[in-house]
Write a new protein. Structure first.
Length: 134
C-alpha cells in the first residue's frame, strides 16, 4: 500500500506544503513531483484505480497528478471560494465547498466534468469531509 499526504521539509516555513508518497511500512518517502509546493496542496486523495492523486490548491483549484512520473498537476476544476476535503471515487470527485452563504455544502464533479450539489448547507449544518467507500 502507498500513502499520500501533505507536509513540509524541516527547514521550510509552516505555510509551505508538498505532496509526498510513501509506502505504508514507512519506506520510500518522496515528493509526488518536484515543485509540488508551488500549488500549496491540501487534502490529497487517490483515484479509484490508485494511479493518480487529486488535491486542492491554495488558489481553489482541484488538480490531479499521476502517482508516478508527474511533473505537475493538471487542473480539473477552478472554483471561487475555499474548497476542502477531496475524495475520489468511481462516481467522481466529491468535495466540500464554501458557497456564498459562508457554509460548506458537498458537491460532486462527475466523470463527465459536470458538477452537482449533493447537500445544501445552512446555519444549522456545515457539511464537509466527504469520503467514498473503498
Amino acid at each position: 500500500d502507498t500513502l499520500v499526504f501533505t507536509g513540509r521539509y524541516g527547514f521550510e516555513s509552516c505555510c509551505t506544503r508538498h505532496i509526498f508518497r510513501r509506502a505504508a511500512d514507512g519506506s520510500g518517502g518522496t515528493e509526488l513531483f518536484t515543485g509540488s509546493s508551488a500549488d500549496g496542496p491540501m487534502t490529497p486523495a487517490f483515484s479509484p484505480a490508485g494511479d493518480s492523486v487529486a488535491y486542492v490548491t491554495s488558489s481553489y483549484v482541484i488538480k490531479a497528478a499521476p502517482v508516478v512520473g508527474a511533473t505537475s498537476g493538471v487542473p480539473l476544476l477552478q472554483l471561487r471560494y475555499a474548497v476542502e476535503n477531496v475524495s475520489w471515487g468511481t462516481g467522481g470527485l466529491a468535495f466540500g465547498y464554501y458557497v456564498n452563504n459562508g457554509y460548506k455544502s458537498i458537491f460532486l464533479r462527475l466523470p463527465s466534468g459536470r458538477v452537482v450539489r449533493l447537500t445544501r448547507a445552512a446555519p444549522t449544518s456545515d457539511d464537509e469531509l466527504p469520503v467514498f467507500k473503498p
